[in-house]
Write a protein that binds this ligand. Sequence first.
Ligand SMILES: Cc1cc2nc3c(=O)[nH]c(=O)nc-3n(C[C@H](O)[C@H](O)[C@H](O)COP(=O)(O)OP(=O)(O)OC[C@H]3O[C@@H](n4cnc5c(N)ncnc54)[C@H](O)[C@@H]3O)c2cc1C
Length: 626
Amino acid sequence: MATTAPPKRPATRATADEARDVAEAAREEQWAAPSFVRDLFLGKLRMDLIHPYPEQDPDEVARAKPFLDKLERFLREKVDSDRIDREGEIPDAVVDGLKELGAFGIKIPREYGGLGLSQLSYMKAIALVSSVDGSLTALLSAHQSIGVPQPLKMFGTDAQKQKFFPRLAKGAISAFALTEDGVGSDPAAMETSAVPSDDGEAWILNGEKLWCTNGTKAELMVVMARTPSKMVGGKEKKQITAFIVEADWPGVEIAHRCHFMGLKALYNGVIRFTNVRVPKENVLWGEGKGLKLALITLNTGRLTLPISSVAAGKRCLEIARRWSAERVQWGKPIGKHDAIAQKLGTMAANTFAMEAVAELCGAMAERGGYDIRLEAAIAKLYNSEAGWRIIDDTVQIRGGRGYETADSLRARGEEPIPVERMLRDFRINLIFEGSSEIMHLFIAREAVDKHLQTAGDVVMPGKTLRQRLAGLARSAAFYGWWYPSRWLGWSLWPRYEEFGRLATHVRFVDRACRKLARGVFHSMIRFGPKLEQRQSVLFRLVDVGAELFAIAAACSRARRLYQRDPAAGTRAMKLADLFARQARRRVRAQFAGLRRNEDVPTYRVAQDILEGEHRWLERGIVELSD
Ligand SMILES: Cc1cc2nc3c(=O)[nH]c(=O)nc-3n(C[C@H](O)[C@H](O)[C@H](O)COP(=O)(O)OP(=O)(O)OC[C@H]3O[C@@H](n4cnc5c(N)ncnc54)[C@H](O)[C@@H]3O)c2cc1C
């Protein structure tokens, strides 16, 4: 593979309708299994789905322990993260050591040479790695969460599994290539294409993928490419197909290695494909199913970021606890000053809740029988945002030392605590694997799904009279009982007494989820099809749902810990209680924001800015050259 400078060319743009059509076609339409969060948005609290809080299978815990112990020792003794950050490379000895431990095949079934461990065990391993080094987390998780092993496990044929799993388990690094210059959050603009070869035995792949993590080191990649469109109902339907591509095939080229604010040793690049012949047996799942495959893969793949956010929270808590006790200013440890104490308490409460959310999602994925697409999306959104706030607070608590690099601290004889690096490494979590904005939209789409199924034909444009009448009949039947019942329901004492002092918070979730469901419904009535464009309204509703899920998860987890060990559990209950109090305040603020807000004037000012009306405000600085 050669390394050359990438050519600059304009990206294609998809229209809003095209973007929506492609996203809709890739959606999983069916809800075959129960979903706690979906019901929450419909105003129904199904605590039975998450309480009792699931325990990990003791046999699995025992099976995973030797690996996790070895991994922990390896990370402590062999990984120098300051060096990795400084040099922008992961030493070969570290990569080889991880391969020997089996860390590249944690979830790959044992019959193919993997460790055959579960989702939760995988997440425990990722938490260990994340507590030490972000670039290593990215290496392992881009390979296992979104790279070849996960979609292969879910959608591969037996022959594909026999062929690729043993290599992957031994450490053949893999990558996931979806993004392009014009395809960030919007796959409809995809330009990489694959057309059938003349002999019909292969596909000919052409195009260029951007920011492909592991791309510069990978042996194998899952590549999404546009394949010839199909006509469905007289309308052109764009097709995106997933291919397993070998990096050493002719025509595969690393055009550029990208460098970032953090994750300095990320092996991320622009990968160019020129007339690459991909045998037809390397199509994953089927022609036209590539985007759906990517979305379904991400449902569990997304559970890596929530757990690495938890690990960051725990590391920050450790750093902040020690420094807040040790650093004396104005006559007392800074942790005794209210401003710092508030941050410390909030940090612990949030870390507890984040762990509840991540662990619960992992347990649901492992147990099966749940549809966790909404839970996983909330876990990604909620934990990455909360983790970012925690790291930001940790920088503040460390003061000037929080901003200083570990190497500089070490050189002046101080403990090289790498908060500065953690901040840089963490920021990307709010952008990749679905940016916070895209996660909000994804959750909002699923949250209104039942309403669209029921009343979509009534409110959406372009429907026939017949469709509208049928929609009206459906709506009358459904909303006739659903809407009044979202106002009724007993969620006061003594309901949820089994949660002890946390019962009040569970009762709040019960009441608030009915209010949330009403809020979704009222917004649909108020804005009709335009609701799609009122993102700030939708985002508030999503944020309420996310907070309610986090409160419920935290209460359920605390209760389980209490039952297991009342002394330790009492401490957990305290954290859950504090978290729930703070979250309830945020929920109330979001509800208030639905009624009163500055969304419209803010949007208008933004449009004026786009028109150049406020360029006067940019004067007085050195202008960027055009
Ligand atoms: C370090 C790194 C590693 C990566 N690894 C991979 C990888 O391994 N494989 C891969 O395929 N990709 C990878 N990516 C790409 C990553 O997933 C994208 O950056 C991400 O999807 C966002 O796309 P974008 O950067 O083009 O932003 P854009 O889509 O251009 O979005 C810009 C901003 O607008 C917001 N936005 C976009 N659309 C909407 C909308 N409809 N409504 C509201 N807001 C919107 C976004 O949230 C964002 O804030 C990586 C990126 C980075 C930086």
